[in-house]
Design a protein around this ligand. Sequence first.
Ligand code: S3P
Length: 168
Amino acid sequence: MTGPRVVLIGPMGAGKSTVARRLGELWGVPVRDTDEDIEAAEGRPISDIFVTDGEAYFRAKERDAVALALREHDGVLSLGGGAVLDADTRTRLAEHPVVFLEVGLAEAVKRVGLGTGRPLLLGNVRARVKALLDERTPIYRGAATYTVNTDQRGPAEVAAEITRLLES
Ligand code: S3P
């Protein structure tokens, strides 16, 4: 199969970037993150893109960045938390092994801290994270081949479980 060995999806605070790095080390493959691709292409942080051009502009860039990465990246790919909201992206994901990194509300809030750099969390972080988890959990589940809960586990353990799942 061409394309990524695995695609990680899930909400902010699920540990996608950290687990992606672990998997990259474990498997000896490159790691790519579509948030970083967008920031590099735009030459500015995501928070600036949201403030200056709005969420719809960001989502259009995100759709293109995900499509490109799915075509040309053959290592571990981590997507921004909202990427799966796009129907075209979900159709493309159906062709790849996708792991939903699940996280509970308390743990997600702890991990995102003050929400710095995450424009969707401005205001009441806990309320915003709760609303996003409630709205998106069914979408993540629907798009995933496997779901791995990350609440009580560190990145190394999560990476080991993903490795087991993909080998089985
Ligand atoms: C978003 C998640 C962020 C980033 C943007 C929007 C979301 O990525 O793409 O701030 O809609 O959940 P992370 O999940 O990597 O923080």
